[in-house]
Design a protein around this ligand. Structure first.
Ligand code: VG1
Ligand code: CO
Length: 542
């Protein structure tokens, strides 16, 4: 039943910030998926007879890809596969299943917040036994293998019925098709105070959760409207669609604009929230106030003692380098350690495994904790609900209270999407070359302090990651950061992160883009953005 099929390498199967992401059309090329999946297994050892978790965000090609992954896994000797019904598993739920079942690893099929459908994007990511994304040593080994692969192994078997819960087989490999929500919900019940949130909803608290026609729909409906008894209709766009209803499942102020407008309107519910394609990102907006993900991380950390799962205190906090330093101020006050890592959740895994940190976050709408090894969108929303239920204040009150204690980090990210890759690389190179001449330089009232190209030394496995983004801090705690995206599928995307610290509470209610105006202008001038990219304005501002 096992067939060996000869194949030839495809160029460019290098996993980026979070797995291999390409246009669907690229994945549809003959053997493209098979090459990559076989390359994953060729880069691993010791999985014979072990368990693999398989699921995806339900986008176009998800079902087909899962059938192929299962056939290749069976042919390579995995003993069992756990598959979400309908091929659906949110990224954090997959991470939990790997951990709970002591699986060898998992394959998550997702391009996350990227658009889906036949003309959209697809992605494949490998997660290791701790439930987290494979570290760079493994992703690089996989990439190497894709360049030399000559054959893959696959079993010949009929398609697995993905919609029927229960046991079956693909080749000699046992299959368990499971409900994707049950285990995840049980985990949430151990962390968050469900009784308290139920009484919050019973008291008339109103929220809207926009699942963006993506994977969190079933999770949010069952947990928010089911277990927590939020009114029916709280969760909108709750059915996962293969093309996300033709929209971009990215929970930011651009792609979740309707939700944002509602939150800013007279009819605003107490809380608006959303999650992305694969359920690992979150958006939190109070009535009249968008909470930046950087602030969200800081507020969650500062209030963690109100949440049963974290009542004993935090070991430490980790944030990706471009994330604002709001969390650093909380860590300082709590006298716990703060770790600054490169962009991408894979860099948090070792810190979490070693017990050095409890809570992690990224400016890109990612927040999570040691309960899994991925960021977790619905978890962040539940944690916010727990804080709101415990404090019985509005989101705006909680956040302004936070700023008055810690100061406010005004923060914005400007993305220049789908620019020419050569121009983008030239821009970054010019910035790097200019670094030695930047220290101490003055731009109007702004004086540069120790600019560098961020490098990370992992304190646990002692691996090094270099060239992780150019940091230009200024005296007085303002900062510019530049890096190129590692998740895009067309050209290059330049991300510019702009931050200004404001200690004075009388200046905490200003408009972010106004407060950052001079830094924004400087960000363009300093990097020659229009010269290198031909763009004078970013495509997305968050
Ligand atoms: C982006 C974000 C990063 C996040 C990654 C995966 O990466 O900036 O913080 O970890 O997406 O998120 P990049 O390289 O494009 O900046 V997800 O929800 O798309 O898996
Ligand atoms: Co995602």
């Amino acid at each position: 039943m096992i067939k060996t099929v000869s194949t030839k390498p495809y160029q460019g199967q290098r996993p980026g910030t979070s797995g291999l992401r390409k246009k669907v059309a690229v994945f549809l090329q003959p053997h493209y998926v098979e090459n990559f999946v076989q390359s994953i297994f060729d880069s691993l050892e010791g999985f014979a007879g072990k368990t693999l978790v398989v699921g995806g965000d339900g986008r176009h090609f998800n079902r087909e890809a899962i059938q192929r992954v299962l056939r290749i896994a069976a042919a390579n000797g995995f003993g069992r596969a756990i598959v979400g019904r309908g091929g659906i598993l949110s990224t954090p739920a997959a991470s939990h299943l790997i951990r709970k079942n002591a699986a060898f690893g998992g394959i998550v099929l997702s391009a996350s917040h990227n658009p889906g459908g036949p003309y959209g994007d697809f992605g494949i990511k490998y997660n290791v036994a701790n439930g987290g994304p494979a570290p760079e040593a493994i992703t690089e080994a996989i990439f190497k293998r894709t360049n030399s692969i000559t054959a893959y192994r696959i079993v010949e078997s009929p398609d697995l019925d993905l919609d029927r819960i229960g046991a079956s087989k693909v080749g000699d490999m046992a299959i368990s098709v499971i409900d994707p929500v049950t285990d995840y919900q049980t985990l949430m019940e151990t962390l968050v105070d469900f009784d308290r949130i139920r009484s919050l909803f019973a008291s008339g608290f109103r929220m809207r959760f926009d699942a963006m026609s993506a994977v969190t729909g079933p999770y949010a409906t069952k947990i928010l409207e089911g277990a927590l008894r939020a009114p029916t209709g709280t969760v909108v766009n709750a059915t996962p669609e293969e093309d996300f209803g033709g929209l971009h499942p990215d929970p930011n102020l651009v792609h979740a604009k309707q939700l944002y407008d509602l939150a800013m309107s007279a009819q605003a519910p107490d809380l608006c929230a959303a999650s992305d394609g694969d359920g690992d990102r979150n958006l939190v907006i109070g009535r009249g106030l968008f909470v930046t993900p950087s602030d969200s991380l800081a507020v969650i950390a500062a209030n963690a003692h109100l949440i049963p799962g974290y009542a004993k205190g935090l070991a430490g906090i980790a944030r990706s380098m471009p994330t604002s330093r709001a969390a650093d101020r909380v860590a300082e006050r709590l006298r716990i350690s703060l770790h600054e890592t490169p962009t991408g959740w894979k860099f948090f895994g070792n810190l979490l495994d070693a017990g050095l940190v409890t809570i992690c976050g990224e400016e890109s709408a990612g927040t999570g904790s040691n309960h899994v090894r991925e960021k977790d969108g619905l978890w962040a929303v539940l944690v916010w609900l727990n804080i709101l239920a415990a404090r019985r204040q509005s989101v705006a009150e909680i956040v302004s209270d936070h700023w008055s204690v810690h100061g406010r980090h005004y923060y914005s990210r400007h993305d220049y999407e789908e620019i020419d890759a050569d121009g983008a690389n030239a821009l970054v190179k010019a910035l790097r070359d200019a670094l030695p001449s930047l220290d101490g330089r003055r731009f109007g009232p702004l004086e540069v302090a120790q600019a560098d190209d961020f490098a990370y030394h992992d304190p646990v496995d002692h691996s090094d990651a270099t060239h992780q983004g150019v940091r230009i801090p200024f005296v007085g705690d303002s900062r510019l950061v530049y890096r190129l995206s590692g998740t895009g599928t067309g050209g290059a995307t330049l991300r510019v992160y702009i931050e200004r610290f404001e200690p004075d509470p009388s200046r905490h209610g200003l408009k972010t883009q106004n407060v950052l105006r001079d830094l924004i202008a400087l960000s363009r001038e300093l990097a020659g953005i229009s010269r290198h990219t031909g763009r004078t304005e970013p495509s997305v501002i968050t």
